[in-house]
Design a protein around this ligand. Sequence first.
Ligand code: SAH
Length: 258
Amino acid sequence: MSYYFRQKLLGDLASTIKGMLHFQKSVEVWMEEAGLAITDSQFKKLSKYVDLLKDKNEELNLTTITDSQEVWIKHILDSLMAAPLFKVEPGMKVMDIGTGGGLPGIPLAILFPSVEFTLVDSTQKKIDAVREFAHELNLKNVICIAERAEVLGHDSKHRDQYDLVLSRALAPLRILIELTVPLIHLYGNVIAYKGPEYISELSSSQNSITKLRAESPRVFQYSLPEDMGNRTLIQITKKRVTPDAYPRRDGVPNKRPL
Ligand code: SAH
């Protein structure tokens, strides 16, 4: 390799590393503003996940967002925004339904290595990609399942088993409630990641909340940095046993929302 070429490569590498360090600082500031702290090794894993997601995206269409800063803010940071609501206990079990390319499950599994995350999507190819990501990232706390929420909701290995079920961009809230509430145990929680239009989502979910015997939704609002928009988390607690009839069979919750 010529001297010039080698110097150029080293120069490129140096500016990449400088860029990364600068970027890590911004990420740390954003996280701090959100009340989150990450270690260097977690930052490295999150960065590697951003790269994996971008690489695999060309093949699988996992996200419409591809600019690095936007991926960091709109996907990674947004996914981590539920972290302050976690009450981490030994043996805690979390499910992410409709995880797509692993959001919010993978970033949260990186943040909470002692929590077991079950990531679910009905599309086999997406779950295959997420399983590969978890392997590449050496995440021992991630289980991947290709299945529909309606099926898992009647499977005794999963119904009433989770402390927390998360869902981001899965469906309108009233449908999401039917798909997720059966999977949490009594006094467990569902956290739905939503946009700013939560008031209309909540008001059209009253029937679903009553039918599923879920109670007292709480709303947490936040703004993403760099003016990337307002978001909400809607947390719902299960205070009574879910009737056997729910979730209704495959596809019905979407076709005939409660
Ligand atoms: N949570 C990801 C992906 C959202 S797209 C993100 O925030 O980027 C919604 C995903 O839900 C799709 O990947 C789709 O395959 C999956 N999905 C839709 N209905 C489902 C169901 N009933 N059960 C399981 N997964 C479902």
